[in-house]
Each structure stands twice: as structure tokens, then as C-alpha cells.
Ligand binder design. Structure first.
Ligand code: NAD
Length: 325
């Protein structure tokens, strides 16, 4: 029989790309999302090929109903977007913790054998080693900083998945995405914000463009293009070990100043970086060690220089859709 999946957060950036791939590969897919951040429009062309449940992950009955009869639950519903970690920490935890409890209860009720959890690099925050593998300690540097509502919610989710998993599931898999980017990824992220700001600044005559950033610009991230990311996630689904944790990303470390220069290059403009304060709790350096997933066959294909113009074009073309602040 065809394997069936429930994808929570399935109209979000990553969720919709996962749903699309699962449908393409012939699986039965049900999506649960309240569309607070996601949009069913992302799946408009394949609505006939999936079931859609519009519900809040915090509603236990709705989650139980949606999970009934599936083989696997992929749990991605969460409040994502760094600015929300600071502005709505209690909502981040409410959705994170109640969502995880509801998902596990629904799996237990319906005897579902497989649970896949989307976690995050924020569980280890500022790691002792870079590139960072899956074995580093999980860590909250400052419980008074609201930013760590997100990392805290993900740590709770991982610990629940592992401990319930050991006892009640055939296979539990945890994946930690590391800075996934691509067209239509949402607006509250560094690349979309750089593109929109650069586009607006291009209308001014200043040359080079004075481009303000948070921090010195030497902070690094390793960005993974959405197509590569989904390839990695499919490898996890196919070959991941019970109670396995997998970093999905690339090991190409890019300085934030370089991101700004490449966005300038997309618009055909020279820029000069104007440095600023880093948000409290921001990480100076992030690069996953992806050796564990590479050993299972994962190999990202997009260099950042090749993926950046694709996303820059999408935000350039769709700038009119940006939410007004
Ligand atoms: N994008 C990244 O680089 C990244 C990095 C680390 C971890 N993650 C994790 O991966 C998962 C997917 O991230 P994304 O980038 O697609 O984010 P996203 O915001 O696009 O998707 C999250 C989805 O969850 C839904 N959701 C939020 N609250 C809900 C609720 N109360 N009930 C039901 N649905 C709700 C949203 O509507 C949205 O569709 C999340 O768990 C996120 O924390 C993403």
C-alpha cells in the first residue's frame, strides 16, 4: 500500500516544498496548517492530489482527527521568523510545546509508527565547534532573552520526540534545517530583506550604495537552497535511523557582508557596508557539519552564488506583495 503522510505546517516554505515532493513521488499526503504564516496558494496547482485540513496545531481534537490513518507524521508547524522570537515569545512556546504534545498524543492514539520532527540549529545556539555536528550539547545561553523561546521550544520538542520515540515508535527522525533559502520563503529573513532594501536604495543616486547591516558583516551563515534541502530531507526519510538527528544544509560559509555584495551585484550596483549593532543573542558563526547525511548519499548542488540570483529575482519581481510594516 502507498505510504501516507501528515505534514503539519504543510503550507509553509519548507512544508509546501516537502508536500510537493512527496506528492510527486506518489505518496498520499494530508496537510494540516492554520495558514497563520503559510498559504494554501503555494499548493494551488496540486490541491486535487492532497487533503487539506485547516486547523490550529494547538487544538488536540483537530490534530487527532488529521492524524487518523496515516503512516507517518512530519511535524513542521511552528512559529518561525527571528523577529517573532523577540516580539511573541509566548506564542512561539505555546505553538511549539502544545503542538508537540498534541502530535505525540495523536500518534499514540492512532498507533502511528513514524514521527519526523523539524528542529533547528537554534537548539545549540552558539556552538563550541564550527562546523557543528549533531553531537554538540543543546544550550540556552540566557533564559531572560526572549529569543530563546524558539530554541527552547525546539529543545523540548527534540527531547519529547526522542524519549517517547524510544518507547512508542518504530522510527523517530529529527532533522535540523540550517538557513534554507529560496523563492517565496517569507519576508522576515535576511536575504528577502536585503533584496527589498537594495531594490529601494537602487532608486537613489548614491554610488556606491551605503548599505546598513546588523553586526560587522563578518558574521557567517551557511545557506542551503530549497531544492537541495528537500533532497536532503528525502534522504533522511528514506535512510534515517530510528532516533537519528540529521543536520541538513551546506558547508559553504558565507559572511553576511558577502550576501549584501552579491545582492548588490544582482542589481548591478556597488555597495559599501555600514555596520551596526547585532541583535542580542545573534550567533556570530554558523556552519553545519553535514558528514552524517553525506554518508547516506546527500550532496547539495547549488553554490550560494548560483542560488542567490534565483531568490533575488523572485523578491525583485514580487516586491509589491511585501507586507507593509
Ligand atoms: N526555514 C529555515 O531555514 C528553518 C531553519 C530551522 C528550522 N526550521 C523549521 O522548519 C519548519 C518549517 O519552517 P519554514 O521555514 O517552512 O517556516 P514557515 O513559517 O514558512 O512554516 C511554518 C508553518 O507552520 C504553520 N503554523 C504556525 N503556527 C501554526 C499553528 N498554530 N497551527 C497550525 N499551523 C501553524 C504556518 O502557517 C506555516 O505554514 C519549522 O518547524 C521551522 O521552525 C526552518
Amino acid at each position: 500500500m502507498t505510504k501516507s503522510y501528515l505534514v503539519t505546517g504543510g503550507t509553509g516554505f519548507i512544508g509546501s516544498a516537502l508536500v510537493r515532493r512527496l506528492v510527486k513521488e506518489g505518496y498520499q499526503v494530508r496537510v494540516l496548517d492554520n495558514q497563520s504564516r503559510g498559504s494554501a496558494a503555494r499548493l494551488a496547482d496540486i490541491t486535487d492530489e492532497l487533503e487539506f485540513v485547516s486547523a490550529d496545531i494547538r487544538d488536540p481534537e483537530a490534530v487527532q482527527k488529521a492524524a487518523k490513518g496515516v503512516d507517518t507524521v512530519c511535524h513542521l508547524a511552528f512559529v518561525n521568523g527571528t523577529e517573532f522570537f523577540y516580539s511573541k515569545p509566548e506564542l512561539v512556546l505555546d505553538v511549539g510545546v502544545k503542538g508537540m504534545v498534541n502530535v505525540i498524543d495523536a500518534c499514540l492514539k492512532h498507533d502511528i509508527g513514524e514521527l519526523v520532527l523539524a528542529s533547528s540549529s537554534e537548539v545549540y545556539q552558539t556552538p563550541p565547534t564550527v562546523p557543528t555536528d549533531e553531537t554538540v550539547p543543546l544550550y540556552i545561553p540566557d533564559p531572560w532573552n526572549p529569543r530563546y523561546s524558539y530554541g527552547g521550544g525546539k529543545i523540548i520538542s527534540e527531547i519529547m520526540a526522542l524519549n517517547y520515540g524510544r518507547k512508542h515508535f518504530e522510527r523517530v527522525l529529527i532533522f535540523r534545517p540550517h538557513n534554507v533559502y529560496g523563492p517565496d520563503m517569507g519576508w522576515e529573513h535576511v536575504i528577502p530583506q536585503f533584496v527589498l532594501r537594495m531594490k529601494a536604495l537602487c532608486k537613489e543616486e548614491t554610488n556606491p550604495i551605503q548599505f546598513k547591516i546588523q553586526g560587522t558583516g563578518e558574521e557567517t551563515r551557511s545557506f542551503v537552497f530549497i531544492d537541495d534541502f528537500i533532497d536532503g530531507l528525502m534522504v533522511v526519510l528514506e535512510k534515517g535511523e530510528h532516533l537519528g538527528i540529521y543536520h541538513i544544509g551546506t558547508m559553504e560559509e558565507i559572511a553576511i557582508a558577502q550576501v549584501a555584495h552579491l545582492v548588490g551585484e544582482y542589481f548591478g550596483r556597488q555597495i559599501e557596508i555600514v555596520t551596526g549593532e547585532l541583535a542580542k543573542g545573534g550567533t556570530p558563526r554558523r556552519c553545519p557539519d553535514i558528514g552524517k547525511l553525506q554518508a547516506l548519499g546527500y550532496q547539495p548542488k547549488y553554490a550560494f552564488r548560483d542560488g542567490l540570483p534565483i531568490i533575488a529575482k523572485w523578491y525583485d519581481d514580487n516586491a509589491h506583495k511585501a507586507p507593509s510594516t
